[in-house]
Design a protein around this ligand. Structure first.
Ligand code: NDP
Length: 385
């Protein structure tokens, strides 16, 4: 059997490394033809060596220069365009999109233009440019396969079902480390505390997004664009144990759920082999050991980001791209201890309020909204300090 040729965008990150773990365990079925990252050239070089890859890309030009100095065995593409070039030269069957942030948008579009299927962990492109991404996939006849655990859960519950039969989706959220904090307690939390997620080990940006519930807000966009759901068909449920990854309620009242341990390798594995179910050695769920599963409604007074995501999603146009960019700026400032935890949604909300929306017809519109929001929210943060 031919091995599936994978190109991993963001191979040095949490999802990228876990994808490579799966490739290592299934080397007879999966091979790697390209690896890309931002600036961690040392790890990228090690990965290339281990997986016999010759084509790599680094978005950071300086890091690309360092890598070229260190070895002449690799073809190194440099800069943001370099990632798109790597997609063109490595002829993958499946691109794993695991870059953090909207920086992943252009390489994903490049993959779709090459008619490659894309396994999507990177959610920000669907927030900022969901219509452009899904239209490009449709035109190319390429599949968009979700990796995000909740979205994979819904994808799995939908197999063999008609989307017309879906009444609503119940999207579970762990609630993050501060689910039970008061507003006063939230205003004192540090980046260090926020980086300690109770159930998932993830990169810094998505860990903070989980703590603020922006991650859940962004998943609304994944559901809208991947499954054609309306925002009023999506209900968020806080489920601290992260065992039920999400549920679909059908028009006859039946509810299907997908369960599993909180281990991202399970949904990554599903996406890599889809539609086949392939055995693996990952730990299995033991419900008796879990004991009880709990559910609660989210509190958007303490975690306004979820409300902002619904609002930006319903308003459409350039609002979602603005929400994403303002959030990227705010999370960066919080990680650098320049703003507090509760400032993150405030910065996003004030940026949305000041925005004059426009239609998003192509990537230059996304870029214009993104640049405006980055500048506006950064200036707001400076004024507040
Ligand atoms: P990490 O921060 O761990 O990794 C990010 C990866 O993207 C790294 O390889 C990094 O390279 C690369 N990268 C960052 N910026 C750029 C850029 N401008 N150009 C090229 N490459 C870049 O993130 P995660 O793996 O945690 O998350 C990746 C995506 O998956 C996010 O969108 C997240 O929301 C989503 N996701 C993650 C989950 C998780 O469990 N981690 C779960 C569900 C979704 P370098 O190392 O060189 O900086």
């Amino acid at each position: 059997m031919e091995r599936k040729r994978l190109l991993i965008l963001g191979s040095t990150g949490s999802i990228g490394r876990q994808t490579l773990d799966i490739v290592r365990d299934h080397s007879e079925r999966l091979g790697v033809v390209g690896l890309a990252a931002n600036r961690n050239w040392q790890l990228l070089a090690q990965q290339a060596e281990q997986f016999g890859v010759t084509g790599v890309a680094l978005a950071d030009e300086q890091a690309a220069t360092e890598l070229r100095k260190a070895t002449d065995r690799l073809r190194v593409h440099a800069g943001p365009d370099g990632l798109a070039k790597l997609v063109g030269t490595s002829r993958p069957d499946l691109v794993v999109a695991a870059i953090s942030g909207v920086a992943g948008l252009e390489p994903v579009m490049a993959a779709l233009e090459q008619r490659c299927d894309v396994a999507l962990a990177n959610k920000e492109p669907l927030v900022a440019a969901g219509e452009l991404v899904t239209t490009a996939a449709r035109r190319a006849g390429a599949q968009l396969l979700p990796i995000d655990s909740e979205i994979s859960a819904i994808f799995q519950c939908m197999q063999g079902e008609q989307s017309a039969g879906v009444e609503k989706v119940l999207l579970t959220a762990s609630g993050g480390p501060f689910a039970n904090y008061t507003k006063e307690q939230l205003s004192a939390v540090t980046a260090q505390q926020a980086l300690e997620h109770p159930t998932w080990q993830m990169g810094p940006k998505v860990t903070i997004d989980s703590a603020t519930l922006m991650n859940k807000g962004f998943e609304l966009f994944e559901l809208k664009w991947l499954f054609g759901l309306e925002f009023n068909q999506i209900e968020v449920v806080i489920h601290h144990q992260s065992i039920i990854h999400s549920l679909v309620q059908f028009c006859d009242g039946s509810v299907l759920a997908q369960l599993g341990l909180p281990d991202m390798r399970t949904p990554i594995h599903y996406a890599l082999f889809y539609p086949e179910r392939v055995p693996n050695q990952l730990a299995r769920l033991d419900l008796a050991a879990v004991g009880s599963l709990t559910f609660a409604a989210p509190d958007t007074a303490r975690f306004p980001n979820l409300r902002l995501a619904y609002e930006a999603g319903r308003s459409g146009q350039s609002y979602p791209a603005v929400l994403n960019a303002a959030n990227e700026v705010a999370v960066g400032l919080f990680l650098d201890a320049k703003i507090g935890f509760v400032d993150i949604p405030q910065l996003a909300e004030q940026t949305l309020e000041a925005h004059e929306p426009f239609a998003v017809d192509d990537l230059s519109d996304v870029q214009a909204a993104d640049e405006w929001a980055r500048e506006y929210s950064a200036a707001l943060a400076t004024d507040r300090r």
